[in-house]
Design a protein around this ligand. Structure first.
Ligand SMILES: [Zn+2]
Ligand SMILES: [Zn+2]
Length: 149
């Protein structure tokens, strides 16, 4: 188990890298994440094509693109307050995005090549969950958005 001083050191951690499928885009995170969440909202389900998105959240300063930023497609849902979808225009993979409005960066967990160490801690927007999807873990579930971050 990490000690209290270990946690302090993790504020700046060994970079954890990720990339898209075609390899044109690479990124890294350099700070300890604030959390990892399974999001079952309709927007996440559609953009990922999966039962839910699994998103890592950290500070804006903690995420950096290493290359291929010019390959990013950025779709912003007109009626959404925060929702946007960044993806590789070549291979279609969901990529991390900066959410300036909320002061956070959001990284799709599936895009990591290294183990980001952080693990999912909750489900959000469970009220929008797909009818065919069954949550089989014991993590806390929230009907709508998260209480924090
Ligand atoms: Zn790509
Ligand atoms: Zn969502």
């Amino acid at each position: 188990m990490p000690t209290r001083s270990d946690h302090a050191m993790l504020q700046r951690m060994t970079p954890v890298k990720g990339s898209c499928l075609c390899g044109g885009i690479e990124f890294e995170i350099t700070e300890t994440p604030q959390g990892v969440t399974h999001c079952h909202c309709t927007r996440c389900r559609k953009t990922r094509g999966t039962a839910h998105a699994t998103n890592l959240v950290l500070s804006l300063q903690g995420l950096r693109y290493l290359r291929g930023e010019e390959l990013l497609g950025k779709y912003r849902l007109p009626e959404a307050k925060f929702f946007a979808h960044w993806f590789c225009k070549v291979c279609g993979c969901t990529m991390p995005r900066f959410d300036e409005g909320r002061g956070i960066a959001i990284v799709p967990m599936g895009a990591f090549d290294d183990d980001p160490i952080a693990r999912p801690s909750r489900h959000i927007h469970v009220a929008s969950k797909a009818a065919w999807d069954a949550i089989t873990d014991d993590l806390p579930q929230f009907e709508a958005g998260p209480p924090a971050i």
